[in-house]
Ligand binder design. Structure first.
Ligand SMILES: C[S@@+](CC[C@H](N)C(=O)[O-])C[C@H]1O[C@@H](n2cnc3c(N)ncnc32)[C@H](O)[C@@H]1O
Length: 476
């Protein structure tokens, strides 16, 4: 999507909602909204927040700005504490004028794109001269390296249909929402206009959605009946300067103390010059790229998505040398299992995954085991959870397990074949020195291929182990 048009504000009582092209900024050194923004640490302290004296903002080569410590900090120390009025959240009483315009617009945002709701509030504050949050907003990156801002060629370079689908969905939403916003802003009185009289283009909406998706945290909101809490997405100024690691040295703690809403606490001893890192979540690379604009190398949560397709499974099984697979013509008792696994029936969920923590999604593994079994009695001896579990060793016998694993290995070969480039080609592209978005797209598809190769390696090892066990049993 060409979301890089400049929108120049013609009014002086508002700040321009411009969005620069991603091509103008490298992924690792995002330019901030203003050239020399105010000191965020001083602002947080002035507003009654706490920042540990050793915590500083610093530039990192690969992650943009981050927080580092200038001296060792003991485990358990408070690093940052924010009073209740500093976080930015979408609060609307659904009342009149300005509030009701934003509330109505937010209402049109699908739940999965929740970041756009808070993004509307962020845009409103960005447009407002004298906004309380301006010292924070002026420190935000001018562009984001998320794929909605990739040139079309680099969206194609991702080479992975499920992500392409998500990117297209987001681009389509932004273009349609641009029209909805335009419609809602028509004929508004200046005082009721949430963006100071400015029109809001898809590029600005995309900027705001990406700012939120890459920086907001979900905190507990109001207490619900039965003691649970609603989740409220909030932007936490300064805390959102922490970069991500799956081995974090810091942790967010929600506070009940008077005045303080949220703290960051040292999870380990933090050595001098170490960066403060939080765990953004156990996410796959699709979500890291879509929401945060980066790819985690060797991500243990990365996976690939496949469609459960009986003809494809027959082909994979035959390619794996499994005799007469019958995925396309299951017996009625097998079909019953497929329905229980929600792979058949009225509204089946046909998306299954390989890789990640499960290696083979339990529903797919159970389906393979059951459909490759000929003996109904043996299958019925096991509950569904055992059949779905990879750690339940060969519940339907070694031959059945080997056939199931070989079928998955063949599926992996087919999935790898769908990528137009080989890993070696990808490596050469990266060596050429390409743009930030091409680099991200290529890194993304390389990681997907690595996931597939890792699944194949793991299952091949298991097949060897099972085959040697079977050989040993035969000898006895
Ligand atoms: C919450 S912000 C952290 C502050 C940010 N680095 C900045 O310059 O404002 C999240 C963004 O930081 C970058 N980032 C965080 N962790 C990263 C990591 N492990 N690898 C690469 N980029 C990372 C990504 O651009 C991400 O969207």
């Amino acid at each position: 999507m060409a979301t890089s048009k400049m929108v120049m504000a013609s009014l002086t009582h508002c700040r321009a909602l411009t969005c620069a092209s991603t091509a103008s900024a490298s992924a690792s050194f995002p330019v901030r909204l203003v050239p020399q923004p105010p000191d965020l640490i001083k602002w947080v302290r002035r507003e009654g927040g706490f920042v540990h004296p050793a915590v500083k903002i610093a530039q990192d080569d690969t992650t943009g700005l981050g927080l580092i410590v200038s001296g060792e900090i003991p485990k358990g120390s408070d690093l940052i504490a924010l009073p209740d009025h500093i976080p930015l959240r979408f609060e609307s009483d659904g009342g009149h004028g300005l509030d009701s315009v934003l509330a109505n617009l937010a209402h049109q945002v699908p739940e999965e794109l929740w970041a756009m709701k808070l993004g509307l509030k962020l845009l409103q504050e960005r447009a407002k001269v004298g906004s309380f949050w301006w010292p924070y907003i002026s420190n935000l990156p001018e562009t984001y390296s998320v794929p909605i801002f990739f040139p079309g060629e680099d969206i194609k370079n991702l080479q992975y249909a499920p992500l392409l689908h998500q990117v297209n969905k987001r681009c389509r939403f932004l273009l349609e929402f641009e029209q909805d916003v335009r419609h809602a802003l028509q004929n508004l009185k200046p005082d009721d206009h949430p963006f100071g009289g400015q029109n809001v283009e898809a590029s600005s909406l995309g900027w705001a959605m990406s700012a939120v998706s890459s920086r907001a945290f979900r905190l507990h909101g109001k207490k619900l009946p039965y003691g649970s809490h609603s989740d409220v997405p909030m932007i936490l100024p300064l805390i959102d300067m922490c970069n991500h690691s799956f081995n974090p040295n810091s942790r967010i703690v929600q506070e009940q103390d008077a005045g303080i809403l949220v703290k960051v606490v040292a999870e380990t001893v933090i050595k001098q010059n170490e960066s403060l890192v939080l765990n953004y979540g156990c996410l796959n690379n699709d979500l890291f790229l879509l929401d945060y604009g980066f790819v985690m190398p060797s991500n243990p949560y990365d996976n690939i998505e496949l469609k459960y397709d009986s003809a494809l499974l027959d082909a994979a099984s035959m390619a794996a040398g499994v005799s007469s697979p019958n995925f396309s013509a299951p017996a009625p008792w097998q079909q019953k299992f497929l329905s229980q696994l929600n792979l058949d029936g009225e509204a089946p969920l046909l998306k299954v995954s390989l890789g990640g923590q499960e290696l083979v999604e339990g529903r797919l593994l159970a389906a393979l085991r059951v459909l490759l079994a000929s003996d109904m009695e043996t299958v019925h001896k096991h509950d569904l959870n055992t059949l779905k579990s990879l750690s339940a060793e060969a519940p339907l016998g070694i031959a059945n397990e080997v056939a199931a694993f070989r079928t998955v290995i063949a599926l992996c070969v087919i999935a790898l074949g769908h990528f137009p480039t080989k890993l070696m080609d990808d490596e050469s592209v990266l060596k050429e020195g390409v743009s930030g978005s091409t680099e991200l797209a290529v890194q993304f598809r390389m990681q997907k291929k690595s996931v597939i190769i890792d699944v194949m390696r793991d299952l091949t090892r298991r097949v060897k182990l099972l085959s040697s066990k079977e050989a040993a049993t035969v000898k006895f």
